[in-house]
Ligand binder design. Structure first.
Ligand code: FAD
Length: 444
């Protein structure tokens, strides 16, 4: 039997955030793009979906914002954080795309809006189609083998294969880069469910509370719902798995302010759990292939950056690759440059996320940071700018300010010895992180 062989300029494996973003950019540049996904759309995937203003900006940059907003999620111009008695509220700095609000749109609607935008741009999105293997020409990837659920196997040959196929990426495995070169184990689980939201005054606010080691969030979203995510220490995972709903409701009760936020609200969905989400960077480009989105790089959900980065670096990949698809050497150079751009831009937020992902109770130095933000001395907005990716963490919290927080923590009676120990630990981590960032910059 002869195998049918199709040709395209680019074939994309996976068509959610990063796959659609790459497809949109390639199609807009006039390239023939085929994106294959084993899923059908609209459909859900294991992910919460908070977007800070930087994430909403990426949706606008793709031309998908109108469709996404049609889902009906409220705009959230304010972010709220609380720990102990300290409460911080901040508004957004307007992004370069003119966005000054966050949003939380459930994945079926969000991903469907992206798929429709990609189709409108001219990309072909094939659902219910599984990619099973790559096609090689020597050491170069030149296509994929695919099979529709109800069809015969076939091949698509293309100068560029984009692996936008998520954390368990088949493409990463087949090109031999599955093992990350940089990784960090997750210390918190994610346990979440949707509630009918009975608190209109909270609808424009994305909120997070810390209580001891517990961390809970409430993100108002489409459908009149609020997504309530708990991030308990990973050791509590088995308890949550044993009886998800009972453990989840107990988890909510451990955070009284969250419990109060949910007054009058009713649990409206199953409880979903993720305990396996280590952070990493994988090698993400090579001869004829690239890995945007989670396939190449993942951060703990605690800072909610994944969708934003999948969209941004999917788009950037398409923009960088599109002019070079007829010249293999130039294409490989463009892919390497794209990978370096992503790593350089993401390394610091990755390091920062790893710090926030430690399942520890608020330490005395963090407490000073909260105190400074809560007293309205102008630190809250720059810190929110970090989550919106307008500022890098070291710009929002420069060394002199971090040192002042540490010294204040040490000077405060009660937890002096602990504060001094934490300050030394954080200083050592900061020195190592700066060295790692320098090495990443130099590697370009
Ligand atoms: C618990 C959890 C909570 C999160 N919360 C947030 C949050 O609040 N905010 C945020 O910004 N990010 C969050 N993230 C991260 C976010 O989900 C991801 O960064 C984002 O979905 C990555 O998009 P992607 O397109 O790269 O991959 P995915 O969304 O994983 O899409 C991959 C696609 O590839 C398809 N596919 C895979 N293999 C094949 C194959 N062989 N053939 C055909 N198709 C294939 C799949 O069907 C899927 O549709 C969270 C993640 C987790 C795990």
């Amino acid at each position: 039997m002869t195998t049918t062989i199709e040709t395209a300029d680019a074939v994309v494996v996976g068509s959610r955030c990063s796959g659609c973003a790459a497809s949109i950019a390639l199609a807009r540049a006039g390239r023939k793009v085929v994106a294959l996904d084993r899923a059908t759309f609209p459909s859900d995937t294991l992910s919460t979906h908070l977007l800070f203003a930087g994430g909403v900006s990426e949706i606008r940059a793709l031309g998908a914002l109108e469709r996404v907003e049609a889902a009906g999620a409220p705009r959230a111009p304010a972010a709220f954080m609380a720990a102990k008695e300290l409460e911080v509220t901040a508004g957004y700095t307007r992004t370069s795309e003119g966005i000054d609000y966050g949003m939380s749109v459930r994945r079926p609607a969000l991903d469907m809006a992206l798929v429709e935008t990609a189709r409108e741009a001219g990309a072909e999105i094939r659902e219910k189609t599984k990619v099973t293997d790559l096609v090689w020409e020597g050491d170069r990837v030149v296509g994929v083998k695919a099979k529709a659920y109800d069809g015969e196997p076939y091949e698509i040959h293309a100068p560029l294969v984009v692996g936008a196929d998520g954390r368990k990426s088949l493409v990463a495995r087949l090109v031999g880069v599955e093992e990350p070169y940089r990784q960090n184990p997750n210390k918190r689980a994610c346990v979440f469910a949707y509630w009918e939201d009975a608190r209109p005054e909270w609808r424009p606010i994305m909120a997070q509370w810390r209580e001891g080691e517990e961390l809970g969030t409430a993100f108002p979203c489409d459908g009149g719902l609020v997504l309530v995510l708990l991030m308990p220490p990973i050791e509590d995972g088995p308890e949550y798995r044993a009886d998800p709903e009972a453990a989840y409701l107990r988890g909510v009760d451990k955070i009284p302010a969250l419990r109060e936020r949910l007054r009058g609200c009713t649990l409206a969905s199953k409880v979903r759990i993720s305990t396996d989400h280590a952070a990493y960077f994988r090698r993400s480009s090579g001869k004829g292939w690239a890995l945007p989105g989670d396939a190449g790089h993942f951060k703990d959900p605690v800072t909610a950056q994944g969708i934003r980065d999948a969209l941004r670096y999917g788009r950037r990949l398409g923009e960088r690759a599109a002019p070079h698809l007829d010249d293999r050497a130039a294409l490989d150079r463009a892919l390497r440059a794209w990978e370096h751009e992503r790593e350089t831009e993401c390394i610091e937020i990755y390091q920062w996320t790893n710090l926030l992902a430690r399942a520890e109770a608020l330490n005395p130095v963090e407490e000073e940071l909260y105190r400074e933000m809560a007293t309205g001395h102008g630190l809250a907005k720059p810190m929110l700018d970090v989550f919106s990716r307008i500022k890098q963490p070291h710009e929002a919290l420069p060394a002199h300010l971090a040192t002042r927080m540490a010294l204040r923590a040490i000077a405060r009676p009660g937890r002096r010895a602990e504060a001094a120990k934490i300050a030394v630990r954080e200083l050592k981590l900061d020195v190592a992180a700066r060295a790692e960032r320098r090495a990443v910059r130099r590697a370009g």
